[in-house]
Design a binder for this molecule. Structure first.
Ligand SMILES: [Zn+2]
Length: 393
């Protein structure tokens, strides 16, 4: 069996966090669970957050296979019983005795984690890049999400000229002076991925903002967001940085129909955008094969495996397997979508290496690649391609 444990990892998609000190088992459960089932979620529906409801939500989170795996991975690392109490106790003790940064250094060294590309658009208000970098003993590669900027601009009374100038200037400054290494969009959470490439016409932005300001609706928000996504891709091409676009599943608010990667096809094959390096974040999970096909026929489109790995648990193996059916091996990038605490990024890297090793073993057995190719291919997927795209290292 291929042993990838010594290979270094660049996690191409995660969200930044700061030291939280000691945390309780309930906090650990809520911090590490996949997006849904909060107190707020139930209360919005008029469901009183009683002790019973609280227990029910915790059980739901702790009963995912992903969470069971997280506990087992950490128990193996700490050498403690595979129970939530023992693992959180060992974790808090290690943070207290080593200090947070040293705790993370040892934990990440165990998984070979050397760099993480952080989408600073979550959490909000945005964390300070320098503060996050100072706490984490790895390369922090920040990327800039366009939707918080759009939300800020919509709160102003700017006319189109000022709106567009501020949008462009803010992105330019982020990429040239503030150290951001690329852009990210979650338009799949807003108006969907069916973006017409003809939206790049500046007049569309003018018309849409004018309609929004006059309260006319009529699809004007979609017209505006579609224009601004096209503009963001033009910035990426000007500055030679990658564009990450969320595809597939996400928090419960995601539009699970209009998040299919196929909806992006018209945009990404349009001549203007063919030179843009685009990463289909989450590889469109559960539509992984669709994303994999696009990375085959569109030379500058890449597939990230985050979120499916680790949250789809044992699906990690089929995610790599399905994406690699059509995506060239040099265009699959490893990511986790970790957030809030360092442990998600850790367990994801362990699971990702295991699943990738199993899939590559199978490809050797079936005669697609040689044993000697395994390390080279794994190296590209786990770190090499992301390092090249983001000019890390
Ligand atoms: Zn994410």
């Amino acid at each position: 069996m291929a042993d990838l444990s010594a290979l270094s990892v660049t996690d191409v998609h995660a969200h930044p966090f700061l030291d939280r000190g000691a945390i309780t088992t309930e906090q650990f459960t809520n911090f590490t669970a996949f997006g849904g089932g909060s107190q707020e979620f139930m209360e919005q529906a008029g469901i009183e957050f009683t002790g019973e409801v609280r227990g029910e939500l915790l059980r739901v989170k702790q009963d995912t296979l992903y969470f069971r795996r997280l506990i087992h991975d950490l128990a193996g690392y700490f050498g403690c019983d595979p129970t939530l109490d023992a693992v959180v106790g060992a974790r808090d003790a290690a943070v207290a005795s080593d200090g947070y940064t040293e705790y993370v250094r040892k934990l990440y060294a165990d998984a070979g984690l050397e760099a993480v590309v952080f989408d600073f658009g979550v959490p909000l208000p945005q964390l300070d890049v320098a503060e996050v970098s100072a706490q984490l003993p790895i390369t922090v590669a920040p990327i800039f999400r366009i939707e918080p900027l759009i939300a800020e601009l919509l709160k102003t009374d700017y006319g189109w000229a000022e709106f567009k100038r501020t949008y462009d200037d803010t992105i330019d400054r982020a990429l040239t002076q503030e150290g951001f290494l690329g852009l990210k969009s979650i338009i799949a959470y807003r108006t969907g991925l069916d973006v017409s490439p003809l939206s790049r016409n500046e007049d569309q932005g003018f018309k849409a903002l004018d309609a929004i300001r006059r309260g006319l609706g009529g699809g004007s928000m979609k017209m505006l967001r579609d224009y601004l996504l096209c503009r963001a891709m033009e910035h990426c091409m000007e500055h030679d940085v990658p564009m990450q676009i969320h595809t597939g599943m996400g928090d419960f608010e995601v539009n699970l129909v209009l998040c299919r990667p196929a909806y992006l096809m018209d945009l990404l094959r349009f001549p203007t955008f063919r030179s843009c390096n685009v990463i289909l974040v989450h590889g469109g999970y559960p539509y992984s094969r669709e994303a994999g096909y696009m990375a085959n026929v569109l030379p500058r489109v890449y597939c990230d495996v985050s979120e499916g790995i680790p949250f789809a648990a044992h699906g990690a193996r089929s995610i790599f397997s399905e994406i690699l059916e059509m995506t060239p091996v040099s265009k699959v990038v490893y990511g986790s979508d970790g957030y809030t605490v360092p442990e998600i990024i850790y367990t994801s890297a362990k699971l990702g290496k295991q699943a990738l090793g199993q899939v590559l073993d199978g490809l050797v057995d079936d005669g697609f690649i040689g044993k000697g190719d395994v390390e080279e291919i794994a190296g590209m997927i786990l770190a090499g391609t992301a390092n090249r795209l983001y000019k890390i290292g």
